[in-house]
Design a binder for this molecule. Structure first.
Ligand code: SF4
Length: 96
């Protein structure tokens, strides 16, 4: 799939809507001013994953995360470790 085709999946009725995480960024990045517990983080990330599942930019975000390998946050429903794992799986498929 070309980048243009990936970008096209983001459009709805000719418009490019805002990604869902722009409405509550700390849901995906974690709180800026407080430290969350392990349980709080797991709960927050679970909700962030649900939001990503409905995001019109998800495919674009997934490709971007695979290219940039983020070190924090939730990207297209994945933690950075999961992004790296997904990238390795894709690399294995390309080799096979
Ligand atoms: S899929 Fe990406 S752009 Fe969309 S809400 Fe999730 S992190 Fe944000």
């Amino acid at each position: 799939m070309s980048l243009a085709e990936v970008e096209a999946t983001w459009r709805v009725d000719g418009e490019t809507p805002l990604p869902e995480c722009t409405y509550d960024p700390e849901l995906h990045t974690g709180p800026r001013l407080t430290i969350e517990t392990t349980e709080e983080r797991a709960a927050r990330e679970a909700v962030a994953r649900e939001i990503c599942a409905t995001c019109p930019a998800r495919l674009f975000c997934d490709v971007y995360a695979l290219e940039t390998r983020p070190t924090s946050g939730i990207w297209a429903g994945r933690t950075p470790a999961e992004v790296a794992e997904h990238a390795a799986e894709l690399e294995d498929l390309e080799v096979a």
